[in-house]
Structures are given as structure tokens and as C-alpha cells.
Design a binder for this molecule. Structure first.
Ligand code: TXA
Ligand code: MG
Length: 316
């Protein structure tokens, strides 16, 4: 299933989606566009295919995967939805929100998808190509971001090819990802909810819909194991909150800080999120030995941007 990238003409249109569905049905991997980042997809009920995802990404096996579904009805076959979960799904699906809920008793996904947890992460994506793929295949698709584990997330088909190299499977090219930052992950805890990963659906968005605040993160347990300190990391040192050009450093600008390129000259946080990973890819490929990033306000989706930047800058 892992054809060499040279044999791997990018395919467009419904024909490509049909070919992708066929490959997925026989246990193959396909890189798929979503509105957040590109995913590396496989049939969530096929243990061999799921093992291939972990192998291809070099992902530790304690880090569970998100399963993508076409609808709330489909989601309920895999996870148990209480009133709060249902409300969030109704208000934000299809879209960049992942809900962590208890698994159903007869949940058909392979054990490795949930890495032994009794909860499952579910998301109904908005990208039209991904929606068509879910519909045509009839599969529930497990899909982590389509990059080597720990690397910069892909927001263009080219990023997938570069990150996975010869291991890149068929890539469905759906253009640039609109949000550009991974989905917000929310865990349902009875009548409360907890934000495990900030993303395009902001804390304010969640609070407005539920009329309640998120409960705060438990500090000890690694609830979203992918939320390790070092992640999204370029191959070079990354410095944050830098407003001035530095020697041999690629400066990523924002607002009044122009930089070598800017996430958003006008200081628009959604635009900055859409550009974040592509700009990190460019900075990583530049001839400078270091990367610096201008200060980003923490409001709204800025919280998600700063979360990704802190992990990109963390050295372990
Ligand atoms: O936007 C996205 O969510 C993208 C696109 C492709 O949908 N996917 C994505 O997947 O970001 P990934 O694997 O890079 O991140 C999934 C995160 C990890 O941090 C993982 O630990 C967490 O979801 N996760 C999965 N299942 C979980 C569970 N049962 N409980 C807590 N966290 C879970
Ligand atoms: Mg990822």
C-alpha cells in the first residue's frame, strides 16, 4: 500500500475519491485533506491498516487516533453521547471540533485506535473532499495528521510528500487547509467538559454554546498523549516573542512585526492560524540556522497558535 511517491500521481475529482475509497477498503492508507490539516487515513476497523498508520508516522503506540465520521448518527455507533456531547456536535459539526466520549459497548474500531482507553475521539470534518470520501467509502476513518510523529503538521499536499517521503501513500490533493491548525479537542466529563487541545473552535465559542465554562486541565495525567511538550518541531531552534531581526535567523512576523514573511500583516489571528504550519515549513527550509516568531496575542484562536508555537519551541 505504500507506493513510492514518484509512482504517485496526485489525483483530483470524484474519480480520485473513488480510487481512494477502494484503497481504504482493502486496508490501504490515503492522505486526505481536511479543513484543519491533512490526515493519514485508514479504515478504523482494520487492525493491520491501523498498525500501518503508527508505523508510517513513527508514532508511539500509546497515542490514540481520532476517528472521522460522516454524521452524528454515525458517531453514535462508536461513542456514547450525553446531552452535552450532543449539543456540541449539533452546533459545531461538521467542523474542527473533536469530541472525546466513552466508547460504545460494541464499538467496532480496532483496539490500537484508542490505545487501550475506554474513550474515543470523534470528529465530523467539513472539507468537501473528505466528506465525499466518508460517504463513498462508508468507512469510519482513523486519521492522525499526515506528518512524521513530532514534525510540523501538513496544510498542503506537498507537505505530506515532504514529511513522509517514500512512505507517503496516495495523496488526495484538496488544496490548502482553510483553518490550518488541528481541531479543538474537548473531553466530555459527565456534565462538564475539558479542553484537551485548543484549536479553531475557541474557549469562547464553547462557552457561548454550552453556557458553561470548561473545567481546567488535570495537571498530571497525560489525557491527550499527543499533547507532549515537544511537537510540531522544525529541525532548528525556535525562539518566541521576538520583535527584532536577529543574525542568521528567519523571523516570522505578525501585525506590526514584518519579519521575513508574516503570518498576517493586518494582525488577523484566523489568517495567522491558516498560515502557521506552511510558514514554519518555509522557515525550516530556509538558509538561516534559527527561527524566531513575533509575539501573538493569546485571545480567541491565538490560544491555539501559542500552544502550537510553545511546542514547536520546546526542546527535549
Ligand atoms: O484536526 C485534526 O484533529 C487532525 C485532522 C487530520 O482531523 N487530526 C489530528 O490528529 O490532529 P492527531 O493524531 O495529530 O492528534 C490527535 C490527538 C492526539 O493528541 C491524541 O492523543 C488525542 O487526539 N486523542 C485521541 N484519542 C483520544 C482519547 N480517547 N482521549 C484523549 N485524547 C485522545
Ligand atoms: Mg499531529
Amino acid at each position: 500500500s505504500n507506493d513510492h511517491i514518484d509512482d504517485n500521481a496526485r489525483r483530483y475529482g470524484t474519480q480520485a475519491i473513488t480510487a481512494a475509497a477502494e484503497r481504504l477498503k482493502v486496508g490501504g492508507l490515503v492522505a486526505v485533506p481536511t479543513e484543519t490539516v491533512y490526515g493519514l487515513a485508514a479504515d478504523s476497523t482494520n487492525a493491520g491498516a491501523i498498525a500501518d498508520i503508527y508505523r508510517t508516522k513513527g508514532r508511539p503506540d500509546f497515542n490514540p487516533l481520532i476517528v472521522h465520521v460522516p454524521s452524528i448518527t454515525a458517531a453514535k455507533k462508536l461513542g456514547m453521547f450525553n446531552v452535552l456531547a450532543e449539543k456540541l456536535a449539533k452546533d459545531f459539526w461538521p467542523g474542527p471540533l473533536t469530541l472525546v466520549v466513552p466508547k460504545t459497548k460494541d464499538c467496532p474500531v480496532a483496539e490500537a485506535v484508542t490505545a487501550g482507553l475506554d474513550t474515543i475521539a470523534l470528529r465530523c470534518p467539513a472539507h468537501p473532499m473528505m466528506r465525499e470520501l466518508l460517504e463513498i467509502s462508508g468507512l469510519f476513518l482513523a486519521a492522525p495528521s499526515a506528518n512524521r510523529s513530532g514534525g510540523i503538521s501538513p496544510t498542503m499536499a506537498d507537505h505530506v510528500a515532504r514529511s513522509l517521503g517514500n512512505a507517503a501513500p496516495l495523496i488526495l490533493d484538496g488544496g490548502r487547509c482553510q483553518s490550518g491548525i488541528e481541531s479543538t479537542i474537548v473531553a466530555i466529563r459527565g456534565n462538564d467538559y475539558q479542553i484537551l487541545r485548543p484549536g479553531p473552535i475557541t474557549a469562547e465559542n464553547l462557552q457561548n454554546t454550552t453556557s458553561q465554562e470548561a473545567v481546567s486541565q488535570r495537571s498530571t495525567a497525560v489525557e491527550a498523549p499527543g499533547q507532549l511538550a515537544s511537537h510540531y518541531a522544525p529541525s532548528k531552534p525556535v525562539h518566541l516573542n521576538i520583535s527584532q531581526a536577529q543574525p542568521d535567523t528567519y523571523l516570522i512576523g505578525f501585525g506590526l512585526v514584518a519579519g521575513d514573511s508574516s503570518l498576517s500583516p493586518s494582525g488577523d489571528l484566523a489568517e495567522a492560524a491558516a498560515n502557521l504550519f506552511a510558514t514554519l515549513h518555509v522557515a525550516d527550509a530556509s538558509d538561516r540556522s534559527q527561527i524566531a516568531v513575533a509575539p501573538i496575542p493569546d485571545a480567541g484562536i491565538g490560544a491555539a497558535l501559542n500552544d502550537r508555537l510553545r511546542r514547536a519551541a520546546h526542546q527535549d
